[in-house]
Design a protein around this ligand. Structure first.
Ligand SMILES: [Fe+2]
Length: 466
């Protein structure tokens, strides 16, 4: 073959290949954003973000989470290192001089050759809605004061803005993610965290000092707004090879959640109401089959959701049900088989998951027709189904999931392998604006957006009304 003929055959070949690609890629879009590939490494222990606050027995790792079912309570947690100190939290509202004291509890735990500091938890109850409170911890020795704002009373048209972060870890990228979230002009008021917190278990003997350093790193956000916790696989800390056979030991000692107030009997699945949202947290790593406590709880929980009171039904879990990356592929499948029909029946608006270290948003799809013999096992567009969002892109040391299944499945609306966070900005009972922010962009820039229409109050196809 002469050089000219060879050249033409290459050109024709490329054109045919391009045409073929155009035909087979009938899913959504895979972002063309080109990210500079860099190794994701944890910040060293002497990093400024891990600094221990000065002063004898100074409280550190301060974090708060909702303390009841409706947002009138806040659990305050902190750690003291030198001695137990006081369990008391002194707190007062910004528009009152009257200070109150609440008494908390003390716990600590051992893990292999590590012994934790003194871990304090204190639930501040009977708070007023929509009120700024100051709170002081460390009474008796070095005190530190922080503040938070309680949510408005639960109601159908209460605007409220949630942040979405997952798989955060404590790498340099984690630090960028957290800073981006803090500086985002959308101003998230509460973080919905979809699991995998510190990644201490990636260190020899699950070096629990990395739980402490994570607590100090994230305090700049977790002390000032509640983070709603979902348990991921990195919270399991199950290590029988070193004699640690109690799953979730560091997690449950450090991160209390108000599970009892929603009738749950374990801190891995529970619900809260906050502003206009009913948020259900599920456990990918606790039993969820029929007859299990989680199954029975969810079966009773879903009919209780009152969309006239809380129009927005949001589910958090760790292992995604719809994920078109080659990482953790189909790990969420058995839970999807168990619960997806319920999510469609009860018209869940959106499901946020983590686990896969990348970003993806699906179309509204369901896959619930299969019955072993009928062969109907492909996701179909379904306006009663949730949108599934994977937001496991917080930036931990394990790095990005870059390998995607090809072609992009039809259910996948948008996917990109970059670190970032998202916000879910509820405007009223019908509309919420969702935005995903990649770390490489300016803080106000969105890499993916969607106007959500509420599935109960405005069950229309969002994609047809741009
Ligand atoms: Fe995970």
């Amino acid at each position: 073959m002469g050089a000219g003929a060879w050249c033409w055959s290459v050109i024709v070949g490329v054109l045919v290949l391009k045409a073929a690609l155009f035909v087979v890629v009938d899913g959504g879009s895979t972002s063309s954003f080109v990210r500079k590939v860099e190794k994701t490494i944890d910040m060293p222990m002497d990093s400024d973000v891990f600094t221990t606050p000065p002063g004898y027995n100074a409280p550190q790792q301060v974090h708060i989470t909702q303390g009841d079912h409706v947002g009138k309570a806040m659990i305050v947690s902190w750690v003291t290192m030198d001695e137990p100190g006081s369990n008391t939290v002194r707190y007062w509202s910004a528009n009152s001089k009257r200070k109150r004291n609440a008494e908390g509890t003390l716990t600590r735990y051992s893990f292999f050759n590590y012994t934790s500091g003194f871990i304090h938890h204190c639930n501040l109850t009977h708070l007023k809605h929509d009120t700024k409170y100051y709170y002081m911890v460390g009474i008796g020795y070095t005190t530190r004061t922080f503040w938070f704002t309680t949510p408005p009373e639960v109601g159908p048209d209460v605007p409220y803005t949630f942040g979405l972060i997952g798989d955060l870890g404590q790498s340099y990228d984690s630090n960028i993610t957290l800073s981006h979230y803090e500086m985002n002009p959308v101003k998230g008021q509460t973080v919905l965290f979809v699991g995998d917190i510190s990644y201490a278990d990636n260190y020899p003997n699950h070096d629990n000092r990395r739980w402490d350093s994570w607590g100090r790193f994230a305090e700049r956000s977790t002390a000032y707004q509640p983070w709603i916790w979902t348990a991921g696989n990195h919270e399991l800390d199950y290590a029988p090879e070193i004699g640690e056979d109690e799953p979730f030991k560091p997690f449950t000692h450090r991160f209390p959640v108000p599970y009892k107030s929603s009738g749950s009997n374990a801190p891995f699945w529970y619900s809260i109401k906050r502003a206009s949202a009913h948020i259900i947290v599920l456990a990918s790593y606790s039993a969820y089959g029929k007859y299990t406590p989680q199954y029975k709880w969810l079966e009773e929980e879903l009919p209780k959701v009152n969309r006239t009171e809380t129009p927005w039904l949001i589910v958090l879990l760790h292992a995604p049900w719809y994920n078109s990356y080659n990482y953790h592929y189909m790990e969420g499948e058995s839970m999807r088989v168990m619960y997806e029909a319920w999510f469609v029946k009860y018209k869940v608006d959106v499901v946020f998951a983590g686990h896969v270290h990348a970003y993806e948003r699906t179309e509204r799809v369901s896959n619930i027709a299969y019955n072993i013999v009928n062969g109907i096992c492909k996701p179909v567009k379904d306006q009663s189904a949730p949108v599934y969002i994977t937001i496991g892109d917080g930036g931990n040391l394990e790095g990005l999931a870059t390998n995607m299944t090809e072609p992009q499945p039809e259910y996948s609306a948008f996917r990109e392998s970059s670190f970032g966070h998202a916000t879910f900005d509820i405007k009223n009972r019908t509309h919420a604006f969702y935005g995903w922010h990649r770390n490489q962009d300016g803080v106000a820039v969105t890499g993916d957006t969607m106007w959500f229409y509420n599935r109960y109050w405005k069950p229309e196809d969002e994609s047809k009304s741009v």
